[in-house]
Design a protein around this ligand. Structure first.
Ligand SMILES: Cc1cc2nc3c(=O)[nH]c(=O)nc-3n(C[C@H](O)[C@H](O)[C@H](O)COP(=O)(O)OP(=O)(O)OC[C@H]3O[C@@H](n4cnc5c(N)ncnc54)[C@H](O)[C@@H]3O)c2cc1C
Length: 395
């Protein structure tokens, strides 16, 4: 049996941050991961460039049963702190938009940096290591395909359920259940919406069309692009809205975010008053992609008659349909494509300062396995770094 101070299950972003911090404090650390390489999610993140943090990361951009839970960790290990680490490794980066920081070159640089930092403090990483059982007596004992590991502290950093094909598993939740630690309902999030079969047929021909829009769900609104897919609605604004979506909830989309309903109605009225012979959809195509204009004219039952012959009611209905297009998703695509898992280990079970379980001393949960889920834009990695750092100071 190998004896350590700290065993960390999961060598993703949160696990490695925790490992390197604990190692810096002189703790003997081992990270166990069933994958054959570390940090596979980091590798594919941000389109291969890893959106590794967001300079504006604050509790308001996280969804959780307790929205205040993440405050302590986020304020003690900030985006600036992670940036300092990035800069100390000479990794070039840039801000894309809205405080989102990306590597100039490759996400692999972030992985290499974390591995190097772990090595520098003597934290070992064991790959292809399959956990068979976890026990707690005096100390924690982890039985694996690569032998047995014992430690005073056990950190669960196994991430969420998204992307099982690159190693996501439910081990973290199973360990929580084993120790009677509550879990909030989990669901795929930052995921594309799937339309009802009827909407799929109706909007199917818009596949591939992107529109700047505001998507609203559950009281949260996001202004970015939406993208029609063959099964539903994707694009950053839709993905963000999915974080707030639950079965049965409606999603509302403003497809003309730069123009108010009154301005649109005025514009239509002017065209009408001028006796425009143009068709409504032709006029609308000045402001929206042509195919979108056509579909929404049909949705609003606007006839093919020239503008001058349209009724005021029909034009108002069309405007409202574009400014407040509402649909009830059939679902989201699921863990196969979702960027994150919403929900997880209930924050009421954990100390917000150390991430330690209140009822199981020595057991810690960090990163995505916890019920703290950030918006798109570097917030989820910042949570991985901050929660990993917090546990790293305590284990
Ligand atoms: C396609 C995609 C792109 C993304 N892009 C971004 C982005 O640009 N910016 C951002 O902030 N967030 C992004 N995210 C979200 C981000 O990747 C995660 O929130 C973050 O990686 C969570 O870190 P973690 O360490 O908690 O979990 P993970 O990174 O998922 O790490 C968990 C580790 O645990 C291991 N593990 C799992 N089960 C077991 C088991 N049974 N036994 C042993 N080991 C196990 C896994 O192999 C993995 O190494 C993206 C996600 C996806 C899917």
């Amino acid at each position: 049996m190998d004896t350590y101070d700290v065993v960390i299950i999961g060598a993703g972003g949160a696990g490695m941050m925790c490992g390197l911090q604990a190692g810096r404090r002189g703790r003997r650390v081992v990270l166990l991961d069933h994958a054959s390489v570390v940090g596979r999610k980091i590798r594919i993140s941000g389109g291969g460039r890893c959106n590794f943090t967001n300079t504006g990361a604050e509790p308001a951009q996280y969804v959780s049963g307790n929205p205040d839970f993440c405050r302590s960790a986020l304020s003690r290990y900030t985006a600036d702190d992670f940036l300092e680490l990035i800069q100390s490794h000479g990794i070039a980066f840039h801000e894309k938009t809205l405080g989102q920081l990306f590597c100039d070159r490759s996400a692999q640089q972030v992985i290499d940096m974390l591995v190097e930092e772990c090595r520098a403090v003597g934290a070992s990483i064991v790959l292809d290591c399959h956990v068979r059982a976890v026990e707690k007596k005096e100390r924690f004992l982890v039985r694996t395909s690569a032998g047995e590991y014992s430690a005073d502290s056990l950190v669960i950093a196994t991430g969420g359920l998204s992307l099982p094909k690159i190693g996501a598993s439910d081990l973290g939740y199973r360990i929580a259940k084993q120790f009677d630690v509550r879990i909030t309902e989990t669901a795929p999030a930052l995921d594309a919406f799937v339309f009802s079969p009827q909407d799929q047929r109706f909007f199917g021909e818009l596949t591939g069309v992107a529109v700047p829009a505001v998507a609203t769900c559950g009281g949260a609104s996001f202004r970015e692009q939406v993208l029609f897919t063959h099964t539903g609605l994707s694009g950053p604004a839709a993905l963000q809205a999915s974080l707030y979506w639950k079965k049965g909830l409606e999603v509302s989309v403003d497809l003309l975010p730069d123009t108010s309903t009154d301005e649109m109605l005025k514009w239509f009225a002017q065209q009408k008053a001028a006796g425009s012979r143009a068709n409504v959809k032709t006029l609308l195509a000045q402001r929206l992609p042509k195919r979108v204009a056509e579909r929404f004219c049909e949705l609003g039952s606007v006839t093919d008659k020239p503008m001058a012959q349209q009724s005021a009611e029909a034009l108002e209905k069309l405007c409202r349909g574009l400014k407040e297009w509402r649909f009830t998703p059939h679902g989201t695509v699921g863990y196969r494509t979702a960027e994150v898992t919403r929900g997880g280990v209930d924050t009421r079970e954990l100390s917000s300062k150390t991430m330690e379980c209140k009822k199981v001393p020595g057991l810690y949960f960090i990163g995505e396995v916890v019920d703290v889920t950030g918006w798109l834009g570097g917030y989820n990695f910042q949570w991985a770094w901050s929660s990993g750092w917090a546990a790293g100071q305590a284990v």
